[in-house]
Design a protein around this ligand. Structure first.
Ligand code: 4H4
Length: 247
């Protein structure tokens, strides 16, 4: 997969793209990330990419020319079907399902919004979709772009050492993850649940599933509403309800 990022702060991406999983994903050839300085498409000698908003008001707005010129240049190579994604608080909430959908693409173009946002004509001309990583305002869209890159890259074949881990993860199963433990078996008077030391794989699986259901029920009940519960899930939830009523 290739991801092109359009930003006024290309340096923001230097270190994250060299480290950890993203660095490895590029080394193994599963991912290519090209970061582009928007100012390279500025049409004046001062390389201006923003301007004051028509109608007045605080802040600056990203000009339409540099952004659309940059996207059109990249689309000449990427092809007309390449998604052009604007990172903005006004976008669709980015989630695991969206990450999995984007991971199927051959190429993505990400636009990092800044200031008060981008000129509306950019949305109307070249943006194919808008994504938000959450209901809060960042200074720039760069952290949002990095979140999308990270969540998508780890889904690409050959990137994670153990792809099986993808299936147990929070949200991939629709549930929050179960609690994890490692050595020592007792630490500050807190011990690892006996079942995890039993070597009984079915009991361990069942315990983990029940813990995931319990944790989801407690912290994100709306996720349970969205799930088609298995017979076992319903049985385990009934056990959890009974245990909660006894507490
Ligand atoms: C862009 C602020 C657009 C406001 C920005 C608008 C996020 C987020 C974000 C820097 C920039 C801010 N990007 N998820 N949350 N006027 N970006 O905060 O369109 O609302 O992705 S605007």
């Amino acid at each position: 997969m290739r991801i092109d990022v359009i930003t006024i702060f290309p340096g923001f991406f230097s270190s994250p793209l060299e480290c950890s999983m993203l660095g490895r994903a590029q080394q193994v050839g599963a991912l290519t990330v090209q970061v582009h300085d928007l100012r390279n498409w500025a049409t004046d000698k001062h390389r201006v990419v923003d301007d004051y908003p028509y109608g007045g008001g605080a802040g600056m707005v990203m000009k339409p020319e540099p952004l659309t010129l940059a996207v059109e240049d990249l689309l000449r190579e990427a092809g007309p079907d390449c998604p052009v994604i604007l990172l903005t608080p006004q976008g669709q909430q980015f989630d695991q399902a969206k990450a999995e959908q984007l991971a199927q693409q051959a190429q993505l173009i990400l636009i990092c919004g800044h200031y008060e946002g981008v000129d509306e004509r950019v949305r109307q001309s070249v943006v194919t979709e808008e994504l938000s990583i959450g209901d809060y305002i960042l200074t720039g869209g760069e952290p949002a772009a990095l979140v999308v890159i990270e969540a998508v890259a780890r889904l690409l074949p050959g990137v994670l050492g153990n792809p099986a881990s993808l299936h147990n993860e929070s949200f991939a199963s629709g549930l929050l993850e179960y609690p994890h433990y490692t050595r020592p078996v007792t630490w500050r008077g807190m011990s690892v649940p006996e079942v995890l030391l039993s070597g009984h794989h079915e009991k361990i699986r069942r315990w983990r599933y029940k813990q995931a259901l319990r944790r989801t029920r407690e912290r994100r009940p709306e996720l349970l509403e969205q799930l088609e519960l298995t017979e076992q899930a319903r049985e385990l939830l009934a056990e959890i309800e009974a245990e909660c009523n006894r507490e």
